[in-house]
Each structure stands twice: as C-alpha cells, then as structure tokens.
Design a protein around this ligand. Structure first.
Ligand code: UDP
Length: 441
C-alpha cells in the first residue's frame, strides 16, 4: 500500500549500479496516444507516468508499443534514460487490437533484433494488458528475466459484468496462462486482487496491490469562477463533468438517463470529455440518445481534451460523475479530488474506497439511473455545506502521488529480482538437485 505522505520526486538521473534496465510492453496502445479515445485511457497515463518517474530515479526504461503513425517517430526519447519505441505490427497501422495477436511473436522478434543491435540487456520485463503479456511471456523465456504483468482489465470480469462486446476465449486462455507463468501480477485495488483469485484461480501471494496515481503538480485547485471564465462557461450554471473513453462499460448511457430525471435542477449542464470525435458513430449515438431523452440542450460534448488541459474543467465543475459498470481503478476520480471537486461514483475501482461519504462525494451502490440521479441531486442541493473544503478534498488523494506509486513498484521489482536470483541459484545448485532427487525416492 502507498505511504500516507507525498514524497518529492527523486530527481537524480546519474548512472548508478542500482539502476535497473526495464523493458515495458504496452503493445496495443501507445502511452503517448490521444487520451479518451477507444483504446487509450488510464493504462496509457499509468505507463507514461510510471516510466517517467522511474527515469527520474535514473532507471533505464524502454517502453515498446506498436507503430501508429500519428507523428511519433520510431524512437521517442522522453528523458535521458526513458524511450518509447514504436514497432511496426503487420502491414496495417490501424488494425483492431484483437487482430494484433497473430503478429505478436513476429513483433517480439523485431524487439529482440533491436535489443541485439543495441547490445542492450534488461533486468526485468513489465507488461501491460494481456496482448503485451503474451510478448512479455516470450521475453521472459528468451531473455531469462522475470516477468511482471499488470492486466488493467480482464476478459472474464468484463464478460461477467456483461456490458459491451463479449471478450474472446483467446483472451481468457492467454490471461489464464499468464497468471500461471508470470513472476508477479500487479493490481491496483484489493477488489482487483480478489477478482483475480476468484475468476483466474491466481495465488494470493503472487499478487501485489499498488494503487494508480495522480499527477499532483498538474491537477491542482483553482477558483471555480476563474476556471469558468477561462473556459467561457456560465458562472450561474450547475456543471456536472464526465471524463473518459466512450466504452459501454463506462456507463454514459445511464448518466444521460440520470440527467433526464434531474428536470428540477435549473441551469444544469453535463460536460462530456472524451470520445473519438464529433462525427464518430459512438458520439452520434450518444447525441441521438440525448435527444430521445430530451436532454440535448443540457449536454455538451467537448471531444477529447489534452491531459494537460484538463485541470480547469475539473475546477469549473460542481461534481465529477463516474457512472461506470466496472473500473479497475478509475484515475479520473483522483484527478477530480486533487482539483478539489467532489465525485459521485458508482461502486467501482478506487472510488468505492477513496470517497468519504457525504464529505468528498457519494458512492452509489444501486446504479439504476434514477438512483444515480437522486444522489447527484442530493450532492447538488448544497455542496458548500455538505462537502469538505477544496484543500481537504485534495488532501484525501495526496498519498497517490506517482512518486509513491513508483516507491511501491520498486519494492515489487526488487523483491521479484531477489526471488528470481535465489531460485536461479537453487535450480543450478547440485546440492539442491541431489537433495530433491533423494527426497523424491
Ligand atoms: N483523459 C484525457 N483526456 C480525455 C479523456 C480522458 O486526458 O479527453 C484521461 C483522464 O484524465 C484519465 C484517463 O484518460 O487520466 C482515463 O483513465 P481512467 O482510469 O479514468 O479510465 P480508463 O481509460 O482506464 O478506463
């Protein structure tokens, strides 16, 4: 678990013998990609923040992802010791993520060739999402180094929730194999750990729990009136905010339905940030739903917004709403609280453990749209009286600094490496070999 106080980043970047060489795989989605689009969200923020923070501490991190041609060259150096390396997957740069699967071993060969050309070696591999896990598994076998996996989402759990497209058997079989074969699984909540044990039969002691983080330098409070003037928003409006991808699991449909139950709230606006673009099928569908529900005049679709430009939106809002059916973590709740804006969320991810009922927001156990509407209504009645001060709201999330996250991650890396070295010694020791042979007789 993370400590309770934020630590200043360890800024030394000089080479030290303790510096690790880490290969990270985020194959299906580039960590530097446009956030809020179909496959680019919390995982991407996580990978880039963790990589940068490891780099600040002098560790060498190569993050491998697929080449996507959005202005990123093959190798992006983001600091002295951190690189994002784009590798071509098949012929088509826009193929659906599932279609990447057959190319994964070819992709690993390219990564390995590059590694050999550069004469580089890694101490460990950390993969993100099941597709990357498959590549990590190949690296684990060939490079003889430990493999850590963070799944971010899991196929069986998505199918269990039952919202959106069902996940293919291939994914679930691969995830099961990874659970057995990797050296450590990192999850971001206790609930995530329990889900892995329940749905994948994972061993409890093979799982480390490290919450995700929030960039506390970026997400800072500013006066609501100032944020609204900056964004050209009406000072008198009551503003609800949604930030995220437009995936079915995110529950945008029920948020729009909830708005239709809030007819008594004059000047209520819902600002929706995220999505593929104004003409994308999903945005068109959501606009049509808003019209059908009679709330189109209250809903503003902003499209996706650069991560660095988000703070004024959080600060301008009266409430962030997280209407998701499921979240592995849910970074947006932390970002909102870091800006001093309360959150109304369904009982998902970090929201269910971080939100202090009535003080920093509300958790809605029954996610039916009218119940969600009721909670939003309660939260809006008198926010000044009901919620804690901006500083207190922020204080509740300061322990989630990326620096604290990386402290915990380094503990995991070191302990996996120690265990790996010890087991390597044990496996090759003739004494142990003789003993185990004798004991099996
Ligand atoms: N995000 C962003 N711009 C957008 C939409 C989303 O920067 O237009 C970011 C948001 O700030 C958050 C991440 O994308 O850091 C979404 O993460 P979250 O964990 O909430 O959801 P996930 O994508 O993992 O389902």
């Amino acid at each position: 678990m993370l400590g309770t106080k934020p630590k200043p980043s360890d800024n030394h970047t000089s080479e030290s013998p303790a510096a690790l060489r880490i290969a990270m795989f985020s194959i299906h989605s580039c960590p530097m990609g446009k956030l809020g689009t179909r496959d680019t969200g919390g995982m991407n923020v996580y990978v880039r923040e963790v990589a940068r923070e490891l780099g600040r501490r002098g560790h060498h991190v190569d993050v491998y992802t697929r080449f996507h041609g959005d202005g990123h060259g093959p190798i992006m150096r983001v600091s002295k010791t951190v690189r994002f390396i784009h590798i071509e997957v098949g012929e088509n740069r826009r193929i659906h993520k599932l279609a990447i699967y057959p190319h994964l071993s070819g992709l690993f060969c390219k990564i390995d060739t590059l590694r050999k050309q550069e004469l580089s070696e890694y101490d460990l591999v950390h993969s993100h999402y099941w597709l990357s896990g498959r590549v990590g598994n190949l690296a684990q076998g060939k490079w003889k180094i430990p493999h850590l996996v963070t799944f971010h989402t899991l196929g069986k759990i998505k199918n269990h929730v039952g919202v959106g497209d069902s996940e293919p058997r291939l994914r679930i079989v691969t995830e099961k194999h990874l659970v057995r074969s990797c050296d450590r699984i990192i999850v971001s909540t206790e609930r995530g750990k329990q889900e892995l044990i329940h749905f994948y039969n994972a061993k409890p002691d093979a799982i480390g729990v490290i919450p995700c983080g929030v960039n506390l330098d970026l997400f800072q409070p500013m006066p609501k009136s100032e944020a609204r003037s900056q964004l050209g928003l009406d000072q008198q409006d009551t503003i609800l905010l949604y930030v995220g991808r437009f995936a079915a699991l995110k529950g945008l449909d029920r948020l729009l339905q909830a708005i239709s139950f809030l007819k008594d709230h004059n000047k209520l606006r819902l600002i929706i940030i995220g999505g593929e673009g104004f003409d994308s099928p999903e945005t068109v569908r959501l606009k049509r739903l808003s019209r059908a529900l009679g709330v189109e005049n209250r809903v503003i679709f902003m499209g996706s917004i650069e991560h660095e430009s988000l703070p004024p939106y959080y600060c301008a809002a009266d409430l962030l709403v997280v209407p998701s059916h499921h979240e592995s973590f849910g970074l947006v709740a932390l970002e909102s609280l870091a800006c001093g804006t309360p959150v109304v969320a369904t009982k998902v991810g970090v929201a269910e453990v971080t939100i202090k009922e009535g003080k920093t927001g509300f958790v809605v156990s029954d996610p039916a749209p009218h119940v969600l509407a009721e909670k939003i209504g309660t939260a809006l009645t008198d926010p000044q009286r009901k919620f804690a001060s901006v500083d207190t709201l922020r204080e509740t999330v300061t322990r989630f600094s990326w620096s604290n996250v990386v402290d915990a991650m380094m503990d995991e890396y070191r302990s996996v490496l120690n265990g790996f070295r010890l087991s390597a010694v044990k496996d090759t020791s003739p004494m142990v070999f003789r003993l185990s042979k004798t004991s099996s007789l």
